[in-house]
Design a binder for this molecule. Structure first.
Ligand code: NAP
Ligand code: 8YV
Length: 321
C-alpha cells in the first residue's frame, strides 16, 4: 500500500475495492455520517477520487479537496462528474471506455427484442397459468423495422453491428455525421424519430441531451414506435413518455436507465407492456471486474507518473506528462 489518499464515493465491484485497498489509503465517502466533518478529516490529503456512478462529484466536493489530482470514474458515462470544475482546477477525469461496449450492446439488443416480442410478459403469463386457458396474445414484430440510433458512438456502433444480422434498416443521429459508417445520418433527433419506428438511445447524459426525447419526439416516433433507452434516464422526459405510453402515442418502451435511479415512477411500472431493467447494461461479473480494473489502472498509472490511461476529452492531460 502506498501513502496516497483516495476517496471512494460509493461501493463498486469487490475486485476493484480490493485493488484500491491494496494500492492506496482508501476513505469511503458513503460511510460519512456528517459530510462536513468527514471532509474536514480527509479532504486535505485526498489526491484521487474513485467515482462510483450515481454519486455527484460536483464543484463543492472538488473544491473541498485542495490536493486533488485525478477523478477516475467507474463507468464510461461521467455525467455525474462536473468536468468543468475539474478542468478549472487542473484535475484529470478518466472513464472506462471500450471494456464494456460489447456487454452493453448485447443487453441493448436483448432489451429491444424483449420489448417488441414481450418476452417478460410471456414469461409472467406462463407462470401465472395463463397458457392453460388460452395462447399468449400475438406480439408486434421486428420485421421490416427502421432502427434510429441516437448516439452512434462506441456502444451505438456495436449495437448497429449486431442489428445487421437481423436484417433491419439502421439510421442515426449524432451532433456530427460519421464518415466511417454505412448508415444514413439524420441531422435532427426529431427527424430521426420521424423516419424510424424504433428509437434506440445510446447517447451520454448531461446538459446537452437533457430531456431531448420529449413529447414532440415521441409523437414523431408514432403509434407503432418503440423507445429503447440504454443511454441515460435524463435524456428522456419521463412524464412525457408516461403520457405517450398511456395514450398510445407510441407502442412501447424498453428502459435500462431512469431519471432518478433507483426510483422509477409508479406510473411507468403500472404500464404492463413496457420492459424495465435496473441499469444492468454492463452488469456482468466479467465486465464489471474489467471496468474496475481500468478505473484502478488509471489511478495507478497517474500516481506512478505515467499519466492517465483513458482521460475524457474535457480535461486534457497536463502538458508536463
Ligand atoms: P461515445 O463513444 O462517446 O458515444 C457517444 C455518442 O453520442 C457519440 O456518437 C456522440 O457523437 C453522440 N452524442 C454525444 N452528445 C450528443 C448530443 N448532445 N446530441 C447528439 N449526439 C450526441 O460513448 P459510448 O461509449 O458509446 O457510451 C455512450 C453512453 O452510454 C455513455 O455515456 C453512458 O451514458 C451510456 N452507458 C450506459 C450503460 C448502461 O448500463 N445502460 C453502460 C455504459 C454506457 P457526437 O460527438 O458526434 O455528437
Ligand atoms: C454502469 C454505465 O452501470 O458505464 C456507464 O456509463 O452506466 C454502467 O456501465 C455504471 O457506470 C456503474 O454503476
Amino acid at each position: 500500500m502506498t501513502d496516497i489518499d483516495v476517496i471512494l464515493t460509493n461501493r463498486v465491484v469487490a475486485s476493484a475495492e480490493a485493488a484500491l485497498e491494496g494500492a492506496f489509503r482508501v476513505h469511503r465517502l458513503a460511510e460519512a455520517a456528517d459530510r462536513g466533518a468527514w471532509l474536514a478529516e480527509h479532504g486535505a490529503t485526498a489526491r484521487g477520487i474513485a467515482a462510483a456512478y450515481g454519486v455527484p462529484v460536483d464543484a463543492a466536493l472538488i473544491d473541498a479537496l485542495p490536493r486533488l489530482e485525478i477523478i477516475a470514474a467507474f463507468g464510461v458515462g461521467y455525467d455525474n462528474i462536473d468536468t468543468g470544475a475539474a478542468a478549472r482546477r487542473g484535475v484529470v477525469v478518466t472513464n472506462t471506455p471500450d471494456v464494456l461496449t460489447d456487454e452493453v450492446a448485447d443487453l441493448a439488443v436483448g432489451l429491444l427484442i424483449a420489448t417488441i416480442r414481450q418476452i417478460p410478459q410471456a414469461d409472467r403469463y406462463l407462470r401465472a397459468g395463463g397458457w392453460l386457458e388460452k395462447p399468449f396474445p400475438l406480439s408486434p414484430t421486428l420485421r421490416g423495422r427502421k432502427i434510429g440510433i441516437f448516439g452512434l458512438g462506441r456502444i451505438g456502433i456495436a449495437i448497429a453491428h449486431r442489428l445487421a444480422a437481423f436484417d433491419v434498416t439502421i439510421l442515426y443521429h449524432n451532433r456530427n455525421p460519421r464518415t466511417d459508417v454505412p448508415y444514413r445520418y439524420v441531422d435532427t433527433l426529431k427527424g430521426l424519430a420521424e423516419e424510424a419506428d424504433v428509437l434506440l438511445v445510446a447517447a451520454p447524459g448531461g446538459e446537452g441531451t437533457h430531456r431531448v426525447v420529449d413529447a414532440e419526439v415521441l409523437a414523431a416516433l408514432g403509434r407503432d414506435g418503440i423507445l429503447v433507452n440504454i443511454g441515460r434516464g435524463g435524456i428522456v422526459d419521463e412524464q412525457a413518455l408516461i403520457a405517450a405510453l398511456e395514450q398510445g402515442v407510441i407502442r412501447s418502451a424498453g428502459l435500462d436507465v431512469f431519471a432518478d435511479e433507483p426510483r422509477v415512477p409508479q406510473a411507468l411500472i403500472d404500464i404492463g407492456h413496457t420492459v424495465l431493467l435496473p441499469h444492468v447494461g454492463s452488469a456482468s461479473e466479467y465486465t464489471r471486474d474489467t471496468m474496475g480494473q481500468l478505473m484502478v489502472d488509471n489511478l495507478r498509472a497517474w500516481f506512478a507518473g505515467r499519466g492517465p490511461l483513458t482521460p475524457v476529452p474535457e480535461t486534457p492531460v497536463p502538458p508536463a506528462l
